[in-house]
Design a protein around this ligand. Structure first.
Ligand code: SAH
Ligand code: SF4
Ligand code: F3S
Length: 483
């Protein structure tokens, strides 16, 4: 195994224990630059990136694509023909990791016949000791293993892999920096991700993210606003602000005087058509941010507001730091300020020690909060987190039954959320032909409802159209184009 030395940090293998520490050092801001020695590394060669996990990872992949193109690589539509294949991984649940081992199995055969190709694993999985040890010991055909804190080293890591023909491992378990001035190859020409902060300091007891992504650190307001202004000039219609806890924005800057609510107001002034954000932490959702959502024209009437559980005891052992009532008070305040809002959520079923009665509180909350959608997950044990050592007596079969019961409740919410628009005219930002074909086009409404309408006109892609909704089902709405 090639070791990285000298000028870089001393920690090259991950340590969840080190990652847990919050040393409160000032956040380092790194302006990305490519060293001359790497500038032509990829000339005549191609790359492909597999992306798993959250929107944060999608945005990171756009940066890595930008870095690869900066050093000469071109995009390959097909991973099988690419000279560099990166897997940008997620560690949030066991099944996310299972998929990666599966893809690696497929790539192994290709590497045998194409020994010059580079296979790189990055993102959240390498930040876990267990995953990186398994990669080093059982997947020796992997060329590069790097984490979430050193994407900017990608050119150097590729060069080392070419030069040494050994597995190059560089995973930093520090609090993380902020990388600015990064090249990006954005996937869409009209929708864009914009990171406003990185990392997470919440330490919900089930969650690996604070260990894989470092401390909460906010980008400077000027850097965010300039990026959005540039997107507007390029014709982008919609942006989604990203962070693990977006409304912790600014707590680490200037004594927390400039908050997420202030940022929303300033972003609104730029005049991009649609602004969304994900995810806010319920505890940090304050009146100012809610007022900003209500008053700023460009902020869309949809809030993804992860609750996780509707039971106070479970919320407490999850370390969520709010009660059911506090959560519902915020939900009700949002309905008061923005009557048309759609609220969606994340829910975990079968947290260690959760009883059926406690789970029933989640079902009742789904109805009380009038969720119009939910990402629902069966609890997945993440080694190194506090919940991993909690007693977990309920069988996985039983958890599946609870999960099905929950999905029934959340699906009703999805359907109601669509039915309420039947007969109305909604504005749709057109994404492209519907996946089902049928001469339909698809897009999303301000409330983030997937909408299909009859058309084969590709020139509508990236434009706003008005659609009169005629039919609703659980997963989408159907309507007719209106002038
Ligand atoms: N930062 C965001 C979400 C991060 S992860 C937030 O707090 O809202 C996305 C979702 O995955 C979480 O909201 C949670 O519902 C789920 N999740 C995280 N860890 C999990 C685990 N160990 N098992 C099951 N679901 C988990
Ligand atoms: Fe994980 Fe909680 Fe942080 Fe979300 S807020 S990333 S669930 S620790
Ligand atoms: Fe997964 Fe890492 Fe995102 S664990 S959800 S890719 S922050």
């Amino acid at each position: 195994m090639a070791k990285l030395d000298k000028d870089i940090e001393q920690i090259f293998l991950p340590s969840l224990k080190t990652a847990r520490m919050r040393k409160n050092l000032p956040t380092e801001i790194i302006n990305f630059e490519v060293d001359d020695e790497y500038k032509n590394l990829g000339i005549g060669k191609t790359y492909y990136i597999y992306t798993y996990g959250c929107q944060g990872n999608m945005a990171d992949s756009e940066i890595m694509a930008g870095i690869l193109e900066k050093i000469g690589y071109t995009y390959s539509k097909d991973p099988i023909n690419a000279d560099v294949v990166l897997l940008n991984t997620c560690a949030v649940r066991e099944n996310a990791e299972q998929r990666i081992w599966g893809v690696l199995g497929q790539l192994k055969g290709r590497k045998r016949t194409h020994p010059d190709m580079i296979i790189g694993i990055c993102g959240c999985m390498p930040q876990e000791e267990k995953a990186t040890n398994k990669l080093i010991n059982s997947y020796e055909f992997v060329d590069i293993i790097f984490g979430t804190h050193n994407r900017d080293h990608l050119p150097k890591l590729i060069k080392m892999a070419y030069d040494t023909k050994e597995t190059v491992v560089e995973v930093l378990s520090n609090e993380g920096c902020i990388l600015e001035n990064t090249p990006k190859i954005r996937e869409s020409e009209f929708k864009a991700w914009v990171h406003i902060m990185y990392g997470c300091d919440e330490f919900c007891t089930y969650c690996i993210v604070p260990y894989t992504r470092g401390k909460e650190r906010s980008r400077k307001k000027e850097d965010i606003l300039n990026e959005i202004k540039e997107l507007k000039e390029k014709g982008y219609k919609e942006i989604t602000l990203l962070g693990q806890n977006v409304n912790a924005y600014g707590k680490d800057l200037d004594n927390g005087k400039y908050t997420f609510g202030d940022l929303l107001i300033d972003i609104d002034k730029i005049g991009i058509n649609r602004v969304r954000f994900t995810s806010p932490h319920p505890r940090d959702m304050d009146e100012k941010a809610m007022q900003a959502m209500a008053n700023c024209k460009s902020i869309m009437p949809h809030l993804h507001f992860p609750v996780q559980s509707g039971n106070d005891r479970v919320l407490k052992i999850m370390n969520r730091k709010y009660t059911r009532k506090e959560y519902l008070d915020k939900v009700n305040r949002l309905y008061e300020l923005i009557p048309n809002i759609s609220i969606t959520t994340d829910i975990i079923v079968g947290f260690p020690g959760e009883t059926y009665e406690e789970f029933k509180d989640t079902i009742s909350l789904v109805k009380e909060a009038r969720f119009e959608g939910a990402y629902t997950f069966i609890y997945s044990k993440r080694e190194g987190t506090p919940a991993a050592v909690m007693d977990d007596p309920i069988s996985i079969e039983e958890k599946h039954l609870w999960f099905d019961e929950l999905c029934k409740a959340t699906n009703e919410g999805y359907l109601k959320g669509h039915e309420r628009f039947v007969g109305e005219i909604v504005e749709v930002l057109v994404e492209g032909p519907a996946k089902s074909g049928n001469n339909m086009m698809s897009g999303y409404t301000p409330n983030n409802k997937l909408t299909h309408f009859e058309s084969t006109d590709n020139s509508l892609i990236g434009k706003f159209v008005n659609v009169k909704i005629t039919k609703a089902n659980t997963w989408f709405m159907i309507g007719d184009l209106v002038e």
